[in-house]
Design a protein around this ligand. Structure first.
Ligand SMILES: Nc1ncnc2c1ncn2[C@@H]1O[C@H](COP(=O)(O)OP(=O)(O)OP(=O)(O)O)[C@@H](O)[C@H]1O
Length: 249
């Protein structure tokens, strides 16, 4: 986390201490600690079933009834985007975006948010008339219109084709630069994590086993080299073997 001009660390947006979650006999999160700075973009990697979504759901306050302990402080303004857009099919796109908002400029805010994701023309469409990528853009607009201090993203581009995914990643970076929320992005995609995040975590056996600041140089050749090093380090920490890497990487 960056220090301010007096050398003091600002209060983090998220502070997690000793977070534990269990399903039956299985401990999924085993005393996790984490600070996420204001405006910091953190990606969370981990093998399938390692507990990434369990962690995200805990931060979102969506895990009532799951046994566990620990403390966390998160802002009130939290938005979550999942792999599926979860738009209400009986409401038009703009009404989905403004759902739950109060005040007289609600519609204006919804339209502005739709403009930010280049979806103004589809404001009066029904969700089923949108493509998968457009639905995810509407979901992003719905999350941004709430001006979140914390944006939780659970594989938001996981169901999209490679080209749409690339464009959504670029859009997300633009939106984050403009709105500056703290971000926790759960992803399976190591390259996506390195490209988008300032910091990458790897969750394994209930703990963060990697907490890596991404510091890619700007010169293209050095950048490529460092990218490859970081990628290798993360893949290895995820249990990918040298033999597997040689065959496909
Ligand atoms: N409601 C539940 N009841 C029982 N077990 C659960 C429940 N939800 C998740 N689990 C188990 O907890 C473990 C962690 O699940 P979680 O969804 O957090 O993993 P993940 O890292 O997000 O996985 P993936 O990358 O496959 O989405 C998994 O083994 C899963 O089967």
């Amino acid at each position: 986390m960056a220090q301010d001009s007096r050398g003091l660390k600002p209060e983090p947006a998220v502070r997690v201490r000793g977070l534990t979650r269990r399903y039956g006999e299985r401990t999924i999160l085993d005393g996790v600690d984490l600070d996420i700075g204001r405006g910091e973009f953190v990606a969370l990697l981990g093998r399938s079933g390692s507990g990434k979504s369990t962690f995200l759901r805990a931060l979102a306050g969506l895990d009532h009834g799951v046994p566990g302990s620990g403390r966390f402080e998160a802002p009130d303004a939290v938005s979550v985007v999942f792999q599926d857009a979860r738009l209400l099919p009986w409401k038009k796109v703009a009404d989905n975006v403004s759902l739950g908002l109060k005040g007289d400029i609600v519609r204006e805010r919804a339209l502005r948010a739709l403009g930010e994701v280049e979806l103004t023309a589809r404001a009066e469409a029904w969700p089923m008339q949108l493509s998968g990528g457009e639905q995810q853009r509407a979901a992003l607009a719905r999350s941004l219109v709430r001006e979140p201090e914390l944006l939780l993203l659970d594989e938001p581009f996981g169901a999209l084709d490679a080209l749409t995914r690339l464009r959504m990643q670029a859009l997300l970076l633009d939106l984050c630069a403009r709105h500056q929320p703290a971000v926790l992005l759960v992803t399976h995609d190591v390259d996506e994590a390195i490209h988008l995040a300032q910091r990458v975590l790897v969750l394994e056996q209930g703990r963060f086993i990697v907490d890596l600041t991404i510091d890619l140089p700007s010169a293209p050749a050095e950048r490529e080299l460092r990218f490859a090093e970081v990628r290798m380090q993360l893949l290895t920490s995820l249990g990918v073997t040298e033999k597997e890497l040689r065959r496909v990487a």
